[in-house]
Every structure is written in C-alpha cells, then in structure tokens.
Design a protein around this ligand. Structure first.
Ligand code: PMP
Length: 409
C-alpha cells in the first residue's frame, strides 16, 4: 500500500497543528474523508440535490439512482443477499436501538435473557438495559479473560435456552480485540437466540461477510469508514425484518394512509421514515468504492503491521500499561494505554501540543473501564493513511510527556 499517495487524497492531513505536522491517531472515533467522498458530496449538492422516491423530474431520478445505487454498494460490501436487507440509519447507535425497540419489544418477555459482554460500547449496552427494564428480561454479561478476549466456554456458560438476544461488538474500540462472531452466532442459534453485531470498528478495517457470519443483524457507521457523519447501516435477515414493525412513522415509509389505519411500504423503505440521508448515503457509496479500490485485505494487513509496530515500540516506554491482547494477530489497529502517574487527559493534552491527536477518556465503555480498574485511558488508533513514522512521533512524544511530568512532580 502506498501510504504517501493515499495521504494525498486526504486534504485535512496536510496541515500543521500547534506548529507541527498533524499526526491523526483518532480514527476509531471518526475517520478522515478522502477527496472522492468530498467530491461526491460536492457534486450531489451542486448538480442534483433533490428529494428521492417521489417526483418524476430528472434531478429527483438522479438523486434516487444515487441513493439506491449506494444501497446496492453496501449490499455487496457486506455480502448481504438482497438490498431489502440494507436499511439506511443515522449510525450504529440508531441501528442497535432499532433492533432493541422493534425486534426486542415484540420478542423478549419476562424471564427471558439478553446477553452482551463487558467490553461493549455504551451504544450496545443501554438499548438492552432499557429493553430488559421494559420487558422484565434479565441482562447478562459474558466475562472477559485476563488478556481482554472472550472464551467460547464462557459464551456457552452464559447463553442458555432462555436467551433471546446475544449482542456483541465485532472489534473492540478499546481493547482492539477481534471477537469470534461466527462461532458465537452458532452458539446463539443453538440456543434459539438471535445474534446482533456491533460492527462500528470492523467494517472500516476488514472484509465482513454477513452470510458467512450468519448473524441476524449487523450494524455500522459510515463516518468511521471514510464516509460522512449521519449515515449508517442496519443489516437484518429478510425474514426477521419482514416480521418487525417500523419504529418511525411518517412520510416516505407508507403505502396507504387512511384516517385511522395505514399500511407500510415493503422492505427496506418501511424502516426509513421521513426524507432520508441522501447525501450521506451517496457519500457512503463513494467511501465503499474508495476502500474497495485499495482493498480491505490490504488495509487490514497495513493496520496489522502498524499495530504490531506500535505494540513493540510503545511497550519499551517505562511505566506504560497497554490494555488488550498482547499479540498483534489477536487485535485490530489501535492501542489503548496509560502511563504511570500521568492522567490520560494530560497525556492527550501534551500530545496535542506536538500536533498528535489521540483520544482520552472512558471511550463510551464505562463497564469495561471498571473491569480494567481504571477511570480513563488514552488511545491511539490507526487507519490506512497512518505510517510507522506517525508511531515513531507518538512514541517520541510519549517519552517527552513522561519526562515532563516526572520533572514537574
Ligand atoms: N460501537 C462501537 C464499538 C463504537 O466504537 C462506536 C463509536 N465510537 C459506536 C458503537 C457508536 O457509533 P455511532 O456513534 O457512530 O453511532
């Protein structure tokens, strides 16, 4: 992969921050956007901005073709069997909430169980807490092993015939752990439960095949994979989506509206009430074209190399604790860490003065922070535009940070 050529397609990276060339290591929060995506949005707004699905005029037809064409690109991207299974949403959070509200309230009852893990993002915890409260079901957690992975034995011990829903992240935004979704899905199905996957951190970085995984729902966000904010995906198996009621009612999603009764459009539109996220979907389509041209396999390998390099270099820093699996092949391209006696917010602030953007805080995973026995951590996350040089700059700045704080205190 030619990182130098790739970087040139990301105009935002070509700037100085606080007098230093920007080193962007916060792609797990949101990725930067390449020229083909920026240009697709520009072209839409300059040349064919129009509402979709209604109207017979030329711009409306072009916008509809762009919007529905993006749906087909998403279908192919995750290998769903039909575009009826691809619903445009605002992002992972909205997608998971849609499943919890629509599928959950109809199928989960008192005494049933919902199973998640300790490593989940708040977006994959709270919708299930709410569902458990509303239905009288029990929310159960699969424990984590010492190295921040889950064991299939623990999955088997937690999932029971009472379990109706298992929901799990594919890749952890804190530990970097890659979870064995295919195997967990099998265990969920053997117990009569459905499998929901939070794919926010997987789809940007690796090839996902929903038919191979056999999961029932797969959710992700465009903004972490080079697309604009405000667009995401809910994939669901057709036979489940067909049984489910929409959660938003209004324009665009109806077939017939009477005074007291209405009927819905067929899939996928019954879940897309209101004017949809047209520019966002077109931008997501452009992002998928961009990622596929480079190749998801090449991106995964590149990030794997960066993670291995970062783990090796960062572990030489005195007093550093790195969270998650120690072996690079068990994890994705991010490193979450703490430096002894320096608060992670201070680490991030000092790095910012060097032009290096990392994230500090609980990363929307407070139960995981509790499990790690910390209140916060710092996180450096990598994407296709990062290089070994970025990691060298990070390590150098971390050593400086450590020295600075040991001199001050
Ligand atoms: N799950 C994971 C693992 C995430 O990293 C994120 C984003 N930080 C989300 C869910 C939520 O995604 P969004 O905010 O785009 O809905």
């Amino acid at each position: 992969m030619d990182v130098k050529a790739i970087r040139e397609l990301f105009p935002i990276l070509n700037q100085e921050v606080n007098g230093h060339p920007l080193v962007y290591l916060d792609s797990a929060a949101t990725s930067q956007k390449p020229l083909p995506v920026i240009e697709a949005l520009d072209e839409y707004y300059r040349q064919y901005n129009s509402n979709v699905h209604r109207g017979v005029h030329t711009l409306g037809t072009k916008a509809t073709d762009g919007y529905e064409g993006a749906r087909e690109k998403v279908r192919k991207f995750i290998n769903a069997s039909s575009t009826e299974e691809i619903i445009f949403t605002r992002g992972t959070t909205t997608s998971i909430n849609t499943v919890a509200v629509s599928y959950g309230r109809a199928n989960v009852h008192e005494g049933d169980e919902i199973v998640i893990t300790y490593m989940e993002h708040h977006s994959n915890i709270i919708p299930w807490q709410q569902l458990a409260k509303q239905t009288g079901a029990t929310l159960k957690y699969i424990p984590l092993q010492e190295d921040g992975t889950i064991s299939l034995d623990d999955v088997r011990n937690t999932v029971t015939p009472k379990t109706k829903i298992v929901s799990m992240m594919h890749v952890s935004n804190v530990l970097g752990t890659i979870n064995p979704i295919k195997e967990v899905t099998k265990i969920a199905h053997e117990n009569g439960a459905i499998m929901v996957v939070d794919g926010a951190q997987s789809t940007p970085h690796m090839k996902v095949d929903v038919q191979d995984l056999d999961c029932d729902f797969y959710t992700f966000s465009g903004h972490k994979m080079c697309a604009p904010t405000g667009i995401g995906i809910l994939y669901g198996k057709k036979h489940l989506l067909e049984q489910m009621e929409p959660v938003e009612f209004g324009g665009e999603m109806i077939d017939f509206v009477g005074l007291y009764e209405s009927t819905w459009k067929e899939l996928p539109w019954k879940f897309e009430g209101g004017t949809p996220i047209i520019a966002g979907a077109i931008g997501l389509g452009a992002a998928i074209d961009f990622l596929e041209e480079i190749g998801l396999e090449a991106i995964k390998e590149h990030e794997h190399r960066l993670a291995a390099y970062a783990l090796e270099k960062m572990s030489t820093i005195d007093g550093i604790t790195i969270y998650g699996p120690k072996e690079a092949d068990k994890r994705a391209g991010l490193v979450t860490f703490n430096i002894a006696d320096v608060h992670p917010h201070d680490v991030a602030t000092v790095l910012d003065t060097e032009g290096i953007a990392v994230r500090a805080g609980h990363h929307c995973a407070q139960p995981l922070m509790k499990w790690l026995n910390v209140s916060a951590t710092a996180r450096a996350s990598f994407y296709l535009y990062n290089s070994e040089e970025d990691i060298d700059k990070l390590v150098e700045a971390l050593i400086k940070t450590k020295e600075y704080f040991s001199d001050v205190f």
